[in-house]
Design a protein around this ligand. Structure first.
Ligand SMILES: [Zn+2]
Ligand SMILES: [Zn+2]
Length: 253
């Protein structure tokens, strides 16, 4: 592992409108809270029995894909069209898929990891669509494995839903590197070095770029990267909403 001095972390673009990025993140956060309330009130969520000794906790068909998620998917797509009119046509294409196709995509997303470059927009929409249900699933079962995973679990995938982390932080408690799940917000401990994308443990494969409290761990083996926030000198707890926004505007350059 090396702390690279030639390159550093810079803004994605000088003209980037940070206020707009925040506005979009908060708009989706509000949708998410409203959907969680609705699911709770109408008792819409039904999970199959969960075996808490088996990871990930979410196994095939833990969550049945029904019309409720289809309607929410359309709502999310409409909200994005409003917020990002410049890509309206691409969003409309995804928004107009039928229920059968939506079910097939959802299955791939939930249980087979739909993470291809070309599927980025669909991935974004499905992530927003299923976050409320997966956060509720994590809240219901995640705490039961909390002390077990703190001691024993060091996988690069989420123990609840098996997604790869989209952000991490260094804990102010003991400097451990904590990974955060993009789908259910579960947090778990990982190796201090090593790649959270491909799972390599070789620290020589990793470059770490640092700017203030932000870091990007870049893996030379797979080309994957992970933003990591150093919380050791920061006041307060890790806030996934604001830290995701701040990290999303940085690149190695
Ligand atoms: Zn997860
Ligand atoms: Zn890697």
């Amino acid at each position: 592992m090396s702390d690279s001095t030639e390159k550093t972390l810079v803004r994605l673009s000088e003209n980037l409108d940070l206020a707009k990025v925040y506005r979009i993140a908060l708009a989706f956060y509000r949708e998410e809270r409203a959907e969680i309330k609705k699911i709770r009130k109408n008792k819409l969520l039904h999970f199959r029995d969960v075996d808490i000794s088996k990871f990930p906790l979410m196994q095939d068909l833990s969550l049945s894909i029904d019309k409720e998620y289809f309607f929410y998917f359309k709502k999310i797509a409409a909200a994005l069209m409003h917020l990002e009119p410049s890509i309206e046509d691409q969003i409309r294409k995804e928004k107009n898929i039928g229920f059968a196709e939506f079910k097939a995509c959802s299955y791939r997303f939930l249980y087979e990891g739909l993470i291809k470059e070309s599927d980025q927009l669909l991935f974004f929409l499905l992530n927003k669509t299923y976050r409320p249900a997966l956060i509720m699933f994590k809240n219901r079962y995640g705490y039961r494995i909390k002390s077990y995973i703190k001691e024993n679990y060091r996988d690069n995938r989420c123990p609840v839903c098996w997604a790869a982390a989209d952000i991490g932080y260094l804990s102010s408690e003991d400097s451990a590197r904590i990974l955060v799940c993009p789908r259910c917000d579960m947090q778990w401990r990982y190796l201090r070095t090593g790649c959270s994308v491909c799972g390599t443990k070789e620290s020589e494969s990793m470059d770490i770029y640092v700017k203030g409290d932000k870091r990007i761990y870049y893996c030379k083996k797979c080309g994957g990267s992970l933003p990591v926030i150093d919380m050791r000198e920061k006041f307060g707890d890790f806030n996934p909403i604001t830290e995701r926004v701040e990290a999303s505007i940085l690149k190695i350059g």
